[in-house]
Ligand binder design. Structure first.
Ligand code: 7MF
Ligand code: ZN
Length: 879
């Protein structure tokens, strides 16, 4: 057990900073044995704060070498070095404080602050990493202008980067050199960045709407020089899009992107110097899948969009994290929708939300989009803050409409440019620009838990009226037992007997009768009466997933089949198929092996497989059976093995019945021509690889030959890894080993591909994978210091290989606990993220429950557990 309980931080305790920093002058001397940081801060008392407070700066793991006030050394009696910082009791209203610290980037395995990654220096400061570099008020509402001089050995580190514009450079003694950077925009220290290394520079330019030419520069290790094009193209598309859709232009003369191999997260929006995890930015068609290409485009966009939603307007405190993250995820999802298929993008977002965010929202770590408290802020970079936060912004967009939403965002940026603000400031701007009252809507930020909307209906044959009754309940979550009804924009349509949308006349004298409406559900129960409804309709509910809620309605399987082929809302067509498949699988959970699949599901899938009219990208999505993770989320008490078995039986029977159609689909979508990254080609590859995986599932010999041929002759990674994955998940033992070896031999020098190779194996549902996963940890390419390797083996096993992770003997849980314990000491952020698969132990059947709890208790027993892991484990075990 920890010897002391870590402190909880509360939103209600927020106080304005007692001191502000106007300007920071930093000088980094980088050496192999460590780094010296000279930090000179121009500080003044905040006129809005209570006077007479001491000056308190944050700092962790620093060796203090010097401290001056207005240039004069401070006597030891004038200051105090505390556990988390530095305190100077008596200071004047305005002064300059000089701090010299010595730090050890080469030993920094936490990857927060300044550290080394494959020979280069780099930083990660969000949320509280800057305190590992120097003493500073490490909070986002202290915004300063930064000037940064970086000094290092010129041969080892020819490239020296920081935020802003390079204003000076020169040679120093002993083969060293320096570059000075100046960032004219005040920023919180979490946006500070520094990079030093032997990097290749890829240049491009972008001309803004006002005619300014921006230098775009991408820095990567020389071996990655050929992997930059896609990111740079994505960047230019993002810059153009933000001008066109939000009227936001880039503001510095240079925009830089750096790729680093060791990174705790996906990427970081540091002002003018975005730093990316290599796996989220580097790509060529023969090393990255279509999915990776799309992900890179989205992440590049996300980080770029932060320049306005995050950097120019930032967060007052970390409780407001969703101010920048929810808004920016909303913006990047709009962008991705515009670049490809909006329906498919919506399906992907809703799937993530319903599978993972809903699970988080009903577990022990459930918290509002704007949390009330935290122990360790890095644990709150969650699906709730990001994805539910984006849904909340999306609902505002839905309620206001395109035009007023744009007015609101213009007002927000204009009013708060250069400020650190709150989610409430965002909502106020939206309210004021549109005249719409969002009072009740604010509950979306304050209440945790996923609202459940129950729908009943009644058709009156005589009166030709159709009555929909909606009732909502927000479930209790930790610390919030009572909930109020929320404002839910509920999009609906009614579909007539022949499959077309009926006009929606709300009230007898309604002049307008659109075929889709957004109902404002604001009370715990509300009734909507539609008039002149000529025939009994099938309701199409929550079209486009207009709110992040669970909808319950007693659909019959026939109604779902009807919606699947007739709903004019593409999202709901997909959703009807999912609900049907869920219903069929659920009805087979715990049933005998011989039970057969409802033939209607087979027919529906047969139709899909031969439907060449419908958008093929949508067909590819509709062919995906609901995941085990989603089925587990839906269960009250999850029996993982029974769910896995039922889902596998459905898959097997579908594949056996549809063997001919699958083969035809495979052949029809095979292409011999050159690789193309168009949405049509991507959809074809997706369909083809789904068909292949189904056929290998039933050990089809012809499919085996096709997979081997595809594996050997693939011209792109999507097809190559699609074939590999199918073989690895099949029972063709010899082919599997051979393909894995060949793949590794070919790509062993490419870390991004080796990561895919790891995760295909660790994620494979074939029995007996745990020992294979343990062997991967001994593989020469595995590296305990590299988060991507940890994620691709341990993360993939615990997060995707559910049947093996939840082995009834508890071996999967013990495996995870053991590695969390060792990672807790080297990289607590990564360790804490790995606890997630254990947290919802209460929702599992007894065999699982006890094993998961035992694993959590074992972790909790470690002395000096990091506060990151402590918070997740402690909250999970609390009753
Ligand atoms: C797209 O949000 C969506 C989410 C924090 C780190 C990137 O820009 C970020 C950083 C975490 C989790 C998800 C994302 C990021 C972080 C992310 C990236 C791309 N400010 Br932690
Ligand atoms: Zn972000």
């Amino acid at each position: 057990m920890r010897t002391s309980q870590p402190r909880t931080i509360y939103l209600k305790d927020y106080k304005v900073p007692p001191y502000l920093v106007d300007h920071v002058d930093l000088r980094f001397e980088l050496f192999e044995e460590g780094a010296r940081v000279y930090n000179s801060m121009e500080i003044r008392r905040n006129p809005e704060a209570d006077p007479g407070q001491p000056l308190e700066l944050d700092g962790e793991g620093l060796e203090l070498e010097g401290l001056t006030l207005n240039g004069l050394p401070l006597a030891p009696s004038d200051f105090e070095v505390t556990s988390g910082g530095l305190r100077v009791e008596k200071v004047s209203d305005a002064f300059t404080l000089g701090v010299v610290t010595w730090i050890l980037p080469q030993d920094n395995t936490r990857l927060e602050g300044l550290y080394k990654s494959s020979g280069m220096f780099c930083t990660q400061c969000e949320a509280e990493g800057f305190r590992w570099i120097t003493y500073f008020p490490d909070r986002p509402d202290v915004m300063a202008r930064f000037r940064t001089r970086v000094e290092a050995d010129k041969a080892r580190y020819p490239i020296l980067l920081s935020n802003g514009n390079d204003v000076d450079r020169g040679e120093l003694e002993d083969g060293r050199h320096f570059v000075t950077w100046e960032d004219p925009f005040p920023k919180p220290c979490y946006l500070f960045a520094l990079v030093a290394g032997d990097l290749t520079e890829k240049k491009d330019t972008f001309t803004t709407q006002s005619g300014r030419e921006i230098d775009l520069r991408m820095y990567v290790e020389p071996r990655n020089a050929a992997k930059c094009d896609h990111a740079l193209d994505s960047l230019k598309r993002s810059m153009r899009w933000d001008e066109q859709i939000y009227g936001r232009e880039y503001d510095l003369d240079i925009f830089m992107i750096v790729a680093v191999d060791d990174f705790n997260m996906g990427a970081m929006e540091n002002k003018g110097l975005n730093i990316f995890n290599s796996s989220c930015v580097l790509a060529t068609p023969d090393t990255a899948t279509d999915m990776a290409f799309q992900r890179i485009e989205a992440i590049v966009a996300h980080e770029y969009f932060h320049n306005w939603s995050g950097n120019r307007v930032t967060c007052r405190d970390w409780f407001q994290l969703s101010l920048k993250e929810g808004f920016t995820v909303f913006r990047d999802s709009q962008f991705s929708a515009d670049m490809g298929s909006p329906t498919v993008k919506r399906i992907e977002d809703a799937t993530l939300l319903r599978t993972a965010q809903f699970a988080e929202d009903s577990g022990p770590m459930a918290h509002p989009v704007r949390p009330d408290s935290y122990i360790e802020i890095s644990n709150f970079y969650t699906l709730t803050v990001y994805e539910k936060g984006a849904e909340v912004v999306r609902m505002i967009h839905t309620l206001l409409g395109e035009e007023d939403f744009r007015k609101g965002s213009d007002l927000y940026f204009q009013r708060h440019d250069g400020q650190a603000v709150t989610t409430d400031d965002f909502v106020k701007a939206m309210e004021e620009a549109s005249g719409r009252d969002l009072g009740q809507f604010r509950l979306w930020y304050q209440q945790a838990g996923t609202p459940v909307v129950d729908v009943t209906d009644h058709y009156d044959e005589q009166a030709k009226t159709y009555t929909l009754t909606l009732s909502q309940k927000v479930p209790p979550t930790p610390g919030q037992s009572e909930k109020k009804p929320q404002h839910i924009p509920f999009a609906i349509g009614l579909i007539g007997e022949h499959g077309s949308d009926l006009p929606l006349k709300l009230g007898a004298d309604d002049a307008e009768a659109p075929t889709q409406r957004i109902l404002d559900l604001t009370e715990s129960e509300q009734t909507f009466v539609f008039h002149d409804v000529a025939e009994r309709p099938v309701p199409s509910l929550l079209r486009g997933f207009s709110a992040p809620v669970k909808v319950r309605y007693p659909w019959s399987r026939d109604q779902l089949l009807f919606l699947m082929s007739h709903d004019s809302d593409g999202f709901n067509r997909w959703d009807a198929g999912q609900r049907l498949a869920v219903d069929v699988i659920q009805s087979m959970v715990g049933q005998p092996q011989e039970q057969t699949v409802d033939p209607r599901l087979v027919t529906a899938f047969r139709q899909l497989l031969s439907d060449t009219e419908l958008d093929q990208a949508l067909v590819a999505k509709m062919l995906q059976l609901p995941s085990e993770a989603y089925l587990i989320e839906l269960a009250d008490v999850a029996d993982v093995q029974a769910i896995h078995s039922a889902r596998t039986r459905v898959l097997n029977q579908l594949a056996l019945e549809l063997q001919g159609e699958l083969m035809a689909c495979y052949l029809r979508n095979r292409e011999d021509g050159a690789y193309e990254p168009t949405p049509e080609a991507i959809a074809r590859r997706s369909l083809k690889n789904t068909a292949l995986s189904w056929l290998l599932h039933i050990n089809d010999e012809e499919a085996r030959q096709m997979a081997l041929k595809q594996f050997d002759s693939a011209t792109n990674m999507t097809d190559q890894s699609g074939a590999l994955r199918s073989l690895v998940n099949s029972d063709f033992e010899a082919d599997r080993t051979q393909a894995l070896d060949a793949f590794y031999d070919r790509f062993s020098n490419d870390p991004q591909v080796v990561e895919q190779w790891f995760s295909i194996q660790a994620g494979s549902p074939r029995a007996g994978t745990l020992s294979a996963v343990e062997a991967l940890l001994e593989h020469p390419a595995f590296d305990w210091k590299n988060p991507n390797k940890i994620r691709s083996v341990i993360g993939a096993f615990a997060g995707q290989n559910l049947a093996n992770f939840h082995a009834e003997d508890g071996s999967g849980y013990r495996f995870l606990a053991k590695h969390i314990l060792s990672l807790d000491s080297s990289n607590p952020q990564i360790a804490a993220r790995l606890v997630a698969p254990l947290t919802r132990w209460r929702n599992y059947g007894e065999v699982y429950r006890e094993g998961m709890r035992a694993a959590l208790e074992q972790i909790q027993a470690k002395p000096d557990l990091s506060k990151d892991v402590y918070e997740v484990v402690h909250k999970s075990l609390k009753d």
